[in-house]
Design a protein around this ligand. Sequence first.
Ligand code: FAD
Ligand code: DLZ
Ligand code: SF4
Length: 508
Amino acid sequence: MSSLVLVLGDQLTETLSALREADKNADTVVMAEVADETSYVRHHPKKIALIFAAMRKFAAQLQKDGWTVAYTQFDDSENAGSIVGELLRRAEQVGATEVLATEPGEWRLIHALKYAPLKVHLRQDDRFIASHKEFEDWAAGRKQLRMEYFYRDMRRKTGLLMEGDQPAGDKWNFDHDNRKPAPDDIDFDGPLRFEPDATVKEVLDLVEARFGAHFGTLRPFWFATTREQALKQLHHFVDKGLSLFGDYQDAMLNEHRFLYHSLISTSLNIGLLTPLEVCQAAADAYEKGSAPINAVEGFIRQIIGWREYVRGIYFLEGVEYPQRNALGHDRALPDVYWGGKTQMNCMEKAVGQTKEEAYAHHIQRLMVTGNFALLAGIDPHQVHEWYLAVYADAFEWVEAPNTVGMSQFADSGIIASKPYVSSGAYINRMSDYCKTCAYKVSQKTGEGACPFNVLYWHFLDRHRDRFSENARMGNMYRTWDRMDEDRRKTVLSDAQEVLDKLDAGEVV
Ligand code: FAD
Ligand code: DLZ
Ligand code: SF4
């Protein structure tokens, strides 16, 4: 009896567990561009284009390799509009009753497949380094699930940057040498930009017609949409950008959107690259002496550390994780996140770049848009849906822990040991944004003071009960308590003014 083999838009890997187990001569691969997947949030048009183009090219490759592929394009008249609907339709067409699938990266789809009126065999997604079981075993009995310890286990497991049982360079973590302030200029041209071929052009026309009203600019579109292109992007970064990745990992510049970042998250997350091959390429550069340990260790930690760790947390914590709201924040997401007018240069740059590129780097996501949302008390679920929609690399397993946990502290500190909040001083240190801002970063209160400066203290003050005993935040509360009372009152009322303006839809 033949089976269907489901391949989702973020499972474009030749060695996917479902494909490995399937019978090329008897089974039918099902791939479908469906309304349900394009509408659970209003994805950025570039993200939809990336997924559809990469799906079409992957399907063509599978066919070339001898697979029978039943591929449904978005505009096909028979399109059932959902993954399960498409499976049912194809099952009837080919007379199959069973489906072989690799576990999706989102609870919503896992449940849809589990409760589908078809026999679905779900296989582990073994494109990751740690299985669910390994993460659960690591987490069991620990009071705190700190990434650093998990990461060391992943180093031991993979042997990456290991000399026997010791870390290369005698230290597990070289962050102390990293995170330098922004340089005046950047000598890396950034990512490769791939010219649209016929398939991409066709998809761009479709996306423009169907999703042109979503937030985000579709053209120019240059993301890697095949494994071959993704490998070129990776090697371009390893050869030209990696050596300064660590130094300027947290820097932000008005005129440089990509700095020394790799731009490989889209390729990794849809399956065009595997985490181990990416890390091995970076480790090889260290072995050859073409990139220093602080850069290579920092880069590898993001992938076998953070990326694996957030996935572990998403599946460990369960289906309601994205609904958490430990700080009880309930302000509506302000219009500035959708490109509304703002006088804050950092927000304008981070959101503007997000709109044009469907990309912002980690510190823009964490310390500009994330920091502002947390300080302003925005409903974390709305923040989560925004991140899930606007970034081309956003899939819930990776986005939700980063947003709900790391950025918004809505999981009550599972991921972050203290909230990632800062005044304007941090942004000023790490960027040149403040130099051209309408607000003054050095001004603490009054007309023209940087909104981050007053909102920062407002956040600490309103959450005193929760955070004042946190050992890592004691200094902040001591500084606040040392201010004279009149000053504290002015700070709080200035902050309230900013919040009132946000609520009234006025420009901040
Ligand atoms: P680089 O800076 O070059 O880093 C290399 C790789 O490390 C990335 O490609 C990525 O695969 C991995 N990585 C780095 N940091 C993280 C992290 N915190 N979690 C997981 N992987 C990481 N990353 C996503 O892939 N998808 C998301 O939806 C996503 N949402 C985020 C939301 C918020 C609020 C924050 C603060 C971070 C989020 N990140 C997300 C993490 C990080 O911002 C992106 O992985 C990174 O910016 C991707 O760009 P890059 O490929 O140039 O990464
Ligand atoms: C994100 C996305 C989009 C926009 N469209 C599709 C699609 O049409 N078909 C598909 O198979 N997958 C799509 N995806 C990716 C899925 O949403 C993703 O597989 C789940 O969110 C699980 O990670
Ligand atoms: Fe952002 Fe404040 Fe700097 Fe303006 S002054 S760019 S609002 S941190």
